[in-house]
Design a protein around this ligand. Structure first.
Ligand code: NAP
Ligand code: ZN
Length: 335
């Protein structure tokens, strides 16, 4: 028996408490990781509040994990104790379906999210399928790299799939944990980048991260001024926004892609999509091979999360700051 120690929410919306739990047996394909850092993603808050009605309590959330390999199962190849690895929002899949065979495990119907049911990374250790523990390039410091495991890959993969390049005009909606990395990746891909934000104090940093234009999205005339401007809009916000006004900022053949999860269903008339052949889409994190590629791109291009760090014992303080949109730009727990 191995006892791990972390912080769990006893019920929806309750403060996290110290929590010890028995680890699952180390399977032949598993790896055990001694966690050094874990980012706090807004999805953790959605889960801790049971916004999606799929959380199981007590819940140990956390899925932007970096640590060192402590032990490997008998069938694991390519990972050795002491090696630095990261785990994101997915920690397993069936391994045999069409999508797993293609290396698109994030589309597997039996994909195993790291925090549903958990236990996730707000703890000293975790055991996961070794396929989902990715080596971290040396150039990336752990605290700035942890947010890449969820926030980074979640914005990288739709930009990559959309073929974003020097010809692209990209708008990033929301400059939070996901958004501030999306600005950097879109710029590294060569796009002209516009950041939409409800926080005017983020303008200087958004420009420093690579946005050529900053739109204070709460200004009444803000969206009207950029009608017909963008090939690709990536929404990273947690709120309901006037989506039809955003569709109007797309150029013909433009796409409004959701990675952020607004509380309400999307309501859009079809005609503004039909005129201009526009698309609305969504994107779910990324596969292990996408994560490897994204980490290399980040290491090469100098892409780093801007982080505020907290000791694990201050996890409730950190979560409160995320909930109030006070963090600039990702809270990371250090163990
Ligand atoms: P975050 O760090 O809290 O950032 C969200 C940003 O949204 C805020 O910084 C803010 O940006 C903007 N925002 C917040 N409230 C708003 C409001 N009332 N009106 C307009 N804008 C508002 O959150 P995150 O960790 O980046 O996560 C963002 C979303 O992505 C969450 O819904 C999360 O669940 C989802 N997510 C999805 C996936 C996936 O696989 N698709 C993976 C990870 C996360 P400004 O201050 O710049 O306006
Ligand atoms: Zn996440």
């Amino acid at each position: 028996m191995s006892t791990f120690h972390g912080y769990a929410a006893p019920a929806a919306g309750k403060p996290l408490e110290p929590y010890s739990f028995e680890a699952r047996p180390l399977g032949p394909g598993d790896v055990e990781i001694a966690i050094s850092h874990c980012g706090i993603c807004h999805s953790d808050l959605h889960l801790l509040n049971d916004d999606w009605k799929m959380s199981q309590f007590p819940l140990v959330a956390g899925h932007e994990i970096i640590g060192t390999v402590a032990q490997v199962g008998s069938a694991v190849r390519g990972l050795t104790p002491g090696q630095r690895v990261g785990v994101g929002g997915q920690c397993g899949s069936c391994g045999t379906c069409e999508w797993c065979e293609r290396g698109e495990e994030n589309l597997c119907a039996l994909q195993q999210p790291t925090c549903i049911p958990g236990p996730g990374g707000f703890a000293d250790r975790i055991r996961v399928n070794a396929r989902f523990a990715l080596p971290i390039p040396e150039a990336l410091p752990s605290r700035d790299a942890a947010p890449l495991l969820c926030a980074g890959i979640t914005v990288y993969s739709p930009l990559r799939e959309a073929g974003i390049g020097a010809h692209s005009r990209v708008g990033i909606i929301g400059v939070g944990g996901l958004g501030h990395l999306a600005v950097q990746f879109a710029r590294a891909m060569g796009a002209e980048v516009t950041a939409f934000s409800t926080s005017p104090d983020k303008e200087t940093e958004a420009r420093a991260l690579g946005a050529q234009r900053f739109i204070a999205a709460r200004e009444p005339s803000a969206l009207g001024a950029v009608r017909g401007s963008f090939d690709f809009l990536l929404s990273t916000v947690t709120a309901d926004l006037p989506w039809l006004d955003y569709v109007a900022t797309l150029r013909p053949r433009g796409t409004l892609c959701f990675v952020g999860i607004p509380p309400s269903p999307l309501m859009l008339p079809a005609l503004p999509l039909i005129f201009g052949n526009k698309k609305v889409s969504g994107s779910n994190t990324g596969s292990p091979s996408d994560i490897r590629e994204m980490l290399e791109v980040a290491a090469r291009s100098g892409i780093r999360a801007r982080t505020e760090t907290f000791p694990l014992k201050d996890i409730n303080t950190a979560i409160g700051r995320v909930a109030r949109n006070e963090v600039r730009y990702r809270a990371v727990l250090e163990l």
